[in-house]
Design a protein around this ligand. Structure first.
Ligand code: SF4
Length: 238
């Protein structure tokens, strides 16, 4: 009979494979996938191909960014190929980060000048950023089984944030995976831009993803995005 693995088992197995905890984020600690996390074979193969093609890039599961005692967590989809997968910091280096970090700065969740580099000195206050899937997927499309597998790390991220009160969910995949991680009934919390749900002590805020495609097509405007974070700020200030 196959014994199901706990996240601790998986992390030990991942580290035994030669990977240690990722150290690129100065405030990151706790359970993070190792650099050679083997749990999604397709993504591990893609990672290796990217390491061969771009040896100077980060090319590993991207750790969460921001303090563990933050009250706000932002959950994206997955690292962008030329963004977080290249730089090692969520939403850093591609278009999505331009709008996200500008908006976080406007609402007091980020300080410093965002310069699309992990050493630009940008810091987060009362805010943390993570992804539903930690490894870059081909065509930016993770498979359902990969979303399911990486959910254990997403759940661990929630569990290691004792003061967590609000989660911004960027896009449907982030929404659906978070809803499952929290044990909620999907029918009770349908995705919709601007929708809010209370789940125990947590307030969930839905937003369309701040991708270049969504902003170019005006599915998401900067004003729509700001409106979500205005609601978050209002909620946390109440
Ligand atoms: S997506 Fe998550 S579970 Fe899958 S290989 Fe990467 S870190 Fe491991």
């Amino acid at each position: 009979m196959t014994k199901s693995l706990t996240i601790e088992d998986r992390t030990k197995r991942s580290r035994r494979s030669g990977a240690g905890p990722v150290q690129s984020n100065p405030v990151q600690s706790g359970i993070e996938p190792g650099r050679d996390c083997p749990l999604c074979p397709r993504l591990a193969d893609y990672r290796q191909a990217n390491r061969d093609a771009h040896p100077g890039w980060f090319n590993a599961p991207v750790p969460s960014f921001g303090p563990e005692n933050a009250r706000l967590l932002i959950v994206g989809l997955a690292p962008g190929m030329q963004g977080a997968n290249r730089t090692g910091r969520p939403f850093t280096g591609d278009y999505a980060g331009d709008l996200l970090y500008a908006t976080l700065s406007e609402f007091g969740f980020a300080q410093g000048h965002y310069d699309a580099r992990p050493d630009d000195g940008m810091t987060l206050t009362d805010c943390r950023i993570s992804n539903a899937v930690r490894c870059v997927p081909p065509q930016n499309k993770p498979l359902p089984t990969e979303i399911h597998t990486c959910r254990s790390f997403l759940k661990a991220t929630f569990d290691e944030m004792p003061d967590l009160r609000a989660i911004v969910l960027l896009g449907r995949i982030s929404h659906d995976s978070t809803v499952k991680a929290l044990g909620l009934r999907a029918a009770d919390v349908p995705f919709g831009h601007g929708a809010e749900f209370q789940a125990g002590r947590l307030r969930l805020f839905d937003s369309y993803h701040c991708s270049r495609y969504n902003t170019n097509t005006r599915r998401l405007t900067p004003e729509m995005f700001r409106s979500v974070f205005a609601s978050v700020r209002s909620h946390l200030s109440a």
